[in-house]
Write a protein that binds this ligand. Sequence first.
Ligand SMILES: Nc1ncnc2c1ncn2[C@@H]1O[C@H](COP(=O)(O)OP(=O)(O)O)[C@@H](O)[C@H]1O
Ligand SMILES: N[C@@H](CCC(=O)OP(=O)(O)O)C(=O)O
Length: 400
Amino acid sequence: MSSPTKAVAVTEPDGATEPDGATEPEGADRSSLLQARRVVVKIGSSSLTQGGGALDPEAVTAVADALAARRTAGTQVVLVSSGAIAAGITPLGLPARPRDLATQQAAASVGQGLLMAHYTRAFAAHGLTVAQVLLTADDVVRRGQYKNAQRALERLLALGVVPIINENDAVATDEIRFGDNDRLAALVAHVVQADALVLLTDVDALYDGHPSLPTSRRIAVVASAADLDGVVVTQRGSGVGTGGMTTKVTAAQTATGAGIPTLVAGAARIADALTGADVGTWFRATASRPRTRRLWLAHAAHTRGRLVLDDGAVRAITHGKRSLLAAGVVGVEGAFEAGDPVELVSLTGVVVARGLVAYSSEELPERLGRTSEQLRERFGHGHDREVVHRDDLVVVARRR
Ligand SMILES: Nc1ncnc2c1ncn2[C@@H]1O[C@H](COP(=O)(O)OP(=O)(O)O)[C@@H](O)[C@H]1O
Ligand SMILES: N[C@@H](CCC(=O)OP(=O)(O)O)C(=O)O
């Protein structure tokens, strides 16, 4: 595929990579959407707005109607909805979607309430209650917040509520942003262990070239990353959305890599999409569901720094199923706090893993190269902990 997008294979620390397509359950095609117990549906700004970028209340109602039908039929649904920034354009008298972060934050703060007011009304018409859940990237990377978000979403679903999620744009800085809701949706699908992810947009499917070209053809099924070879996916989108098709393909790969099949389809056919009709592009699951939240580290983390590992440490974490000890760290780059996500790189600069570091960048340098015994002698008992515990570590291997 000609874009920066690459499939990221996630391995357990013992190095056992899940092979593409190896664990696809039988019959796991579009029709499995009908049997899905829990579905995450994401709708983009381009599908919720009229020309000029203002919010289209009828589009909001159409989404609510289709999701309410599925909810009433027994499927738990989680909606990830963009549109806050778009909904703030008219009330603030802005000429177009703002590009600077401060005005985006302001527009989203104004628009999010309006967006939720529309959804609340539209779902109420079906007797359904909605909940607003605003997340930042930290909410899905840090252990405490991850569990917190998971618990809140589980409880909402158990109470029969439809959670409506968006990024917490008002406080999201460039550094900690998800930046695009396609990725947020893939990560939410993992948090709630959804059976499927549906990404709805203003184009009816993924095409092998830009859909404006007459030569471009719809891709019906993507079974593995190889099916994307030669596919031209661009970041050029509708003008009101973020990231074009690139972010959707990346999100689909994140979800399918976590065992969650993904449908990319046109919002205009939302009811068909949710009932397994032959619409859109179906991305098959390429791996089984990971047992832990470590997958998140591979895709979710904006890493804050890098630890350079000697060859022995690289072997220990990639093949030995081990934690990273200070003795194997030879360099520290960047400024980070204890608990932040960092990249673990080899002496030649290859990223071999990501993990949550147990020490800050200020604490680490004087610990480098020291054995646990030396750490105890120098800093006392309790100060000999691993630099990255293996439960907080994911080995990443890039492949096409
Ligand atoms: N290969 C492709 N197949 C389909 N759409 C593509 C492709 N490359 C770029 N696009 C563009 O991606 C756009 C959808 O992205 P975007 O505007 O960000 O939507 P959303 O607001 O739904 O996230 C489509 O309108 C389409 O023009
Ligand atoms: N959080 C932002 C949306 C960001 C985004 O990813 O938009 P889109 O590409 O339309 O899904 C908002 O609500 O306006």
